[in-house]
Every structure is written in structure tokens, then in C-alpha cells.
Design a protein around this ligand. Structure first.
Ligand SMILES: Nc1ncnc2c1ncn2[C@@H]1O[C@H](COP(=O)(O)OP(=O)(O)O)[C@@H](O)[C@H]1O
Ligand SMILES: [Mg+2]
Length: 253
């Protein structure tokens, strides 16, 4: 998880599992000084990394946005938090996300070896699901690396309402996956089906803000094909357990 090894990140976990905490750590420690930071969500979480807040409500989504104007706003302020209404018409939301993805790519620089644009998509089940996944976002995930555009996606759910899933492009292109604790059975099953080398996220302990006890998590690095389980002992110290990268053996009939 050093320097330019990590490009796209995905953080999964239930409510209070430490996703936002982990995202802050990643931004502070692992992402090398981006020139531009773009945050998308419907709350004020992680807004401390932005210098400007832009509210994109239903009526704002009704009009057409160009990558050029979004890129100009980001260039002007350096770090922008777009507070985007998640309940909008999927087609309008998709059009806006398309413009944003293309704006990020326009701000990137071909052949760069460091992060120029860091795009943080919080509540990703609303913005990167199959239903609203835009071509501009596909470009970010598939080609962003070449342009120094990194994405950090955070979500409670791989699948949203109506079976709509976080788009396959996102899941395939993620360089580092962090799985925080989760209770929900269906979501746990989904994680284990998607990444068979991981353990059941239901065994992970949640962080405890009252005592400051850190949470447990799993990390999977696509480059090294390694996965690790990070646990916390009774004294509150972390220790790592390597997880096998090999797929589970075929089951006897
Ligand atoms: N590694 C950690 N060490 C100590 N406290 C943590 C850790 N991770 C999370 N917390 C605390 O646990 C609470 C929930 O974490 P948060 O990141 O807000 O969860 P989420 O975003 O998944 O809902 C917060 O009060 C946070 O400060
Ligand atoms: Mg959070």
C-alpha cells in the first residue's frame, strides 16, 4: 500500500464499522498529494478535505452539465465537495456522473506517476450502481490510472435496492479492497461469493468509540494477490493473519 501502487480503493462495511475512519487514513497516508480532490456524497462526511461545497439537488440535476464546467469549478477551488441528491431520477444522476467522470479525466495528466485527481465516492451504492454507472465513470475506473486519476469508493452495500449492484467495472478494477465489519447476512454472503479468498466479514469486530478500540478488517491487494485479516487482541493491539489467495478447493459431490 505504498506510493503509486494503489490506484482505486473500495471500502465496504456496515454502519459504524470504520469506513469513514479508514477513508481518512487512506487519504492522509497513502494517496500522495493530489492536485485536485473531488468528493461525492449526500452528507458532510469527509467534507473536511474540500474547500468548496456545491449542492447538486434535484433541480440542478434537471439541467445538462458539461465536463468543462465541472472541471472549471474543480480547477478553481482545488478541492470540491459535491453534495448530490441520491434519490434523483437515475437517468439524470447518470448524466451528471458521466460529466463528472469526464471532468476528472480532463483534469488528469497522461503518463503521470502520481495522483493528480482523487475522486472520493461515498455512499457508492447510490452513485456507482449498474443503474447509474456512466461511461465517464467507466473511463475513470478503466483508464484513470494512466492519467493519475484515483478513485476511493465507500459503501455499505455491494447491492442496493431492487438487486442493483455496484458495477462490475468498479469491482474488477479495484486495486485495494478494504472490508470492515458487517452484520447483514445477504451482504456478507455477497462479499464471500465475490472474493472467495476472504473470510466471513461477520467475524470482524466493530470499532468501539467509547474505549478507542480499533475495528478489525480485511485487505485484499490485487497487485500482489495477497489478502490479510487484521484482528485486534484483548489488549487492543492489532495483528495480521495472512489469508490464502488461492480459490477454495472444489467441493465433493
Ligand atoms: N481504527 C479505529 N480506531 C479507533 N476508532 C475507530 C477506528 N475506526 C473507527 N473508529 C471509530 O468508530 C466510529 C465509527 O467509525 P466510522 O468510520 O464513522 O464508521 P462508518 O463510516 O463505517 O459508519 C467512529 O467514532 C470512529 O472514530
Ligand atoms: Mg461513515
Amino acid at each position: 500500500m505504498k506510493d503509486r501502487r494503489a490506484y482505486h480503493w473500495l471500502i465496504l462495511g456496515g454502519t459504524g464499522s470504520g469506513k469513514t475512519f479508514t477513508a481518512r487514513q487512506i487519504v492522509r497516508q497513502y494517496v500522495r498529494k493530489p492536485d485536485f480532490v473531488v468528493i461525492v456524497n449526500s452528507s458532510s462526511q469527509l467534507a473536511e478535505f474540500a474547500r468548496r461545497r456545491v449542492v447538486v439537488d434535484m433541480s440542478a440535476l434537471d439541467r445538462d452539465w458539461t465536463p468543462r464546467e465541472l472541471a472549471a469549478t474543480i480547477r478553481q477551488h482545488g478541492a470540491v465537495h459535491f453534495e448530490v441528491s441520491p434519490g434523483a431520477d437515475p437517468k439524470r444522476l447518470q448524466a451528471w456522473m458521466d460529466a463528472l467522470g469526464n471532468a476528472c479525466m480532463a483534469l488528469g495528466r497522461l503518463g503521470t506517476d502520481r495522483c493528480h485527481v482523487l475522486l472520493i465516492v461515498d455512499e457508492a451504492q447510490n452513485y456507482l450502481s449498474q443503474k447509474v454507472f456512466a461511461r465517464g465513470m467507466r473511463r475513470v475506473f478503466a483508464e484513470g490510472r494512466k492519467f493519475g486519476v484515483d478513485c476511493l469508493a465507500i459503501t455499505q452495500q455491494l447491492a442496493g435496492q431492487g438487486g442493483d449492484m455496484i458495477d462490475m467495472t468498479v469491482r474488477r478494477m479495484v486495486s485495494v479492497l478494504v472490508v470492515c465489519p458487517m452484520d447483514e447476512e445477504a451482504e456478507r454472503q455477497r462479499v464471500m461469493r465475490t472474493w472467495p479468498e476472504l473470510r466471513d466479514p461477520g467475524i470482524l469486530a466493530f470499532p468501539d468509540p467509547a474505549t478507542g478500540r480499533p475495528g478489525e478488517y480485511m485487505v485484499r491487494d490485487r497487485g500482489s494477490r495477497r489478502a490479510v485479516l487484521v484482528r485486534v487482541d484483548s489488549a487492543g493491539r492489532r495483528f495480521a493473519v495472512p489469508l490464502s489467495g488461492s480459490p477454495s478447493p472444489p467441493r465433493a459431490a
